[in-house]
Design a protein around this ligand. Structure first.
Ligand code: NAP
Length: 327
């Protein structure tokens, strides 16, 4: 189903980059949105002393207070324009649906030469919603660190979240290479292997590997939620049979995922169409007792799992929380 030009994603190897490398230092980093991903990035910046100042923006003072208490913010504000002033790196870490309004609000505060990047789960929409607001001399380098958990907010983050995962950058074709390299170096420092892809290609691949699985999980858990009360209780009681794993994914942040589906609409509908056809074929195979067909599919899918394990992408992010980096 994936375009054959999909890169062969092998296990990330630790980067030779060190925090002393000049391209890794930023004078002032502005993080807009300090939830799971923004706070994890702030922890990396702190841990490896990559910047002299972290300026943080969120919607609520309550979140900003937590960020300060955690030592993740040197200054805080609810104003996107104010937070980017003097920053040489701006990181958008809010739900995708907020990008356009935030970009419009922050644009007058951006300084020449500044890099604007992000962590959003879809990428074409970043170029569409953020790009037109940026003044000349500001570099847009969209990024997607492919790592996460079902938890939200600044207390949910941890620096090890990104280790041994992939980060995809989708710079528009005319982006200055030095700006792309600085963002790549930052994510390598966080422990990620960096790949550069076209934004549309990223969106199609992620629609299959991430967005569709979330949609399926939301559907299955939703179906169970609509059952009669006595059945619902048994679904929870016997959830270890498989349902449990879907509930973890379906516990992911509702606003973030609403925005992923709305901003990556075309790619999601494309893979959903194919999935629906495959599901109908399975339904037919079950109805007609075509055991060979079922077994053949299940053998092929088992191979995919082996590939995931071989690429060391099988451990949940939370397992990394307390384990030291591999040598
Ligand atoms: P999160 O934990 O829910 O945090 C969202 C943050 O954005 C909060 O600090 C929130 O502040 C702030 N925010 C929301 N609307 C805002 C606005 N209009 N102006 C300023 N700040 C605003 O979210 P997350 O899981 O870190 O996700 C953030 C981004 O990362 C999303 O674009 C998502 O697609 C991407 N991503 C997520 C994952 C994942 O597994 N979660 C993985 C990879 C990429 P308040 O608390 O004050 O509302």
């Amino acid at each position: 189903m994936v375009d054959p030009s999909t890169p062969d994603l092998q296990a990330p190897t630790p980067s030779p980059v060190t925090a002393n490398e000049p391209s890794l230092r930023f004078d002032r980093v502005a993080i807009i949105g300090i939830g799971l991903i923004g706070s994890s990035l702030a922890r990396v910046l702190r841990r490896d002393r990559l910047t002299g100042h972290i300026a943080v923006c969120a919607r609520s003072h309550a979140t900003l207070d937590v960020a300060r208490d955690l030592g993740l913010a040197d200054s805080t504000t609810t104003d996107p324009r104010q937070v980017v002033e003097g920053a040489d790196l701006v990181m958008l870490c809010t739900p995708l649906g907020t990008y356009g309004a935030i970009a419009a609000a922050m644009a007058p505060g951006l300084r020449q030469g500044c890099i604007v990047s992000d962590v959003g789960s879809a990428k074409r929409c970043v170029i569409r919603d953020v790009g037109p607001h940026l003044p000349d001399g500001v570099h847009l380098v969209p990024a997607h660190p492919i790592a996460g958990t079902e938890h939200s907010g600044p207390t949910a983050g941890f620096a090890e979240l990104f280790r041994d995962r992939f980060c995809v950058l989708t710079p528009p074709p005319d982006t200055e290479p030095a700006a792309v390299e600085r963002v790549a170096a930052l994510w390598r420092q966080a422990g990620m292997a960096v790949e550069i892809l076209d934004a549309d290609h990223h969106d199609l691949v992620l629609a299959i590997t991430s967005h569709l699985p979330h949609l399926i999980a939301y559907t299955i858990v939703g179906t169970a939620t609509d059952l009669e009360e006595h059945l619902k209780a048994e679904v929870i009681k016997y959830s270890a049979g498989g349902f449990r794993d879907f509930t973890r994914i379906a516990a992911s942040d509702p606003v973030m995922w609403r925005d992923v589906f709305l901003t990556n609409r075309e790619a999601v509908l494309e893979v959903l169409g194919r999935f629906s056809e495959d599901l109908a074929a399975l339904q037919r195979a079950i109805r007609w007792g075509e055991g060979d067909r079922l077994e053949d599919l299940f053998r092929r899918t088992r191979e995919i799992r082996r590939g995931v394990v071989a690429a060391r992408q099988d451990q949940p992010e939370t397992a990394k929380r307390d384990t030291p980096p591999s040598a």
